[in-house]
Each structure stands twice: as C-alpha cells, then as structure tokens.
Design a binder for this molecule. Structure first.
Ligand code: SF4
Length: 177
C-alpha cells in the first residue's frame, strides 16, 4: 500500500511550529516510516509536488507570494491543516494589522534606528495591508491551535490522519471543518 504523501511548509511564521513537530523526538522515526515526506523545510525539495495527501502549514498569509503559495498548495493537497495560531488566527504577524503596514515599518526601521535608517525592500516581498489566517483564502480541513501546538497534539493529529481516523481528529480537537 502506498504511504500517505506528507508536506509541511511555513508562510509568515517563526518556525516554532516546525520545532514542535521535531519535538516529537523518537516518534519522528515512527512517522517517517509511515509517510513519504515529499515537501518540507526539513528536506531538499524546491517545488511543491502534485497529489499531496496531507499538508501542515505554519504561519499567516502576509504577502501576495504567501497567498499564491497557499492557493497552489490547496489545489494540490487533499487535507490541509492550519498548524499553530499564526495559521489559525493570524496571531503574532497579525499584531501589525491594528496600526497598518506603513506605520509599523516606519516605526521599526525609521523612527528607532539612528544610523542609515531605511526600510529594507531589496529582494523582499511587499507586505500586504494585513496578515491574515489561512481560512481567509482557502478551505482548511483541520485547525491545530497553539503557539506552538504541542508535539503530542501534532503527533496525534498526524497519526489519526495517517490511519484514516479523520473523524476522531474532528471529534478530539473540535476544530475540523
Ligand atoms: S504559532 Fe507561535 S510558534 Fe507557531 S509560527 Fe506562530 S508564533 Fe511561531
């Protein structure tokens, strides 16, 4: 039987949710034996492939590039998980939404930096007006809240999906759609 094809990626996140995935420690070996990890910051794969079974996405959507990636992932993925509070609610990246992008950039880069003050733009994607959670743009199948979600939560959720127990996951987390 083919193993489920698993992908993980982050948009506007701090990588803490991926660190929590790594915190599953020796259980990673169990996971690795049961899935094909086809795309992730943890593996050397440049392009998101077709026909992915499960994708865990960390981080909010903060740029047009993030939105484009998210929509492309959604089209190629059966089950999409919003991993962590930034993906679920916007969380830390969305804190700038209250003041607006220009005000925050000016405050951070111009008003607090005495020498060579300038807003960095080179090779950087432009920030959107607001940082927003994944479900603003695409259908999300499961939400795993937490900053970050615990290693146990991530492991239990992935195990349930791998074993075809998505109904259990919906029941246990109360955050499925
Ligand atoms: S939810 Fe918390 S740990 Fe995860 S990316 Fe956001 S800030 Fe980092």
């Amino acid at each position: 039987m083919n193993k489920p094809r698993l992908a993980t990626l982050w948009l506007d996140g701090c990588s803490g949710c991926h660190m929590s995935l790594l915190d599953t420690d020796e259980r990673l070996l169990d996971l690795a034996a049961r899935v094909d990890l086809v795309y992730s910051p943890l593996v050397d794969c440049k392009l998101y492939p077709e026909a992915v079974d499960i994708a865990c996405i960390e981080g909010a959507v903060s740029t047009a590039e993030d939105e484009c990636r998210l929509r492309s992932v959604r089209e190629r993925t059966k089950c999409l998980i919003a991993l962590g509070d930034c993906a679920v609610t916007g969380n830390v990246p969305a804190m700038r939404n209250t003041w607006g992008t220009d005000t925050v950039l000016r405050s951070v880069y111009l008003e607090r930096e005495a020498l060579a003050a300038r807003i960095p733009t080179e090779d950087l994607p432009l920030l959107s007006d607001k940082a927003l959670p994944l479900h603003t743009f695409v259908k999300v199948d499961f939400f795993l809240p937490g900053c970050p979600p615990s290693a146990d939560t991530i492991f239990s959720a992935l195990t349930a999906l791998i074993e075809g127990r998505s109904a259990d996951l919906r029941l246990n987390t109360g955050f499925g759609t």
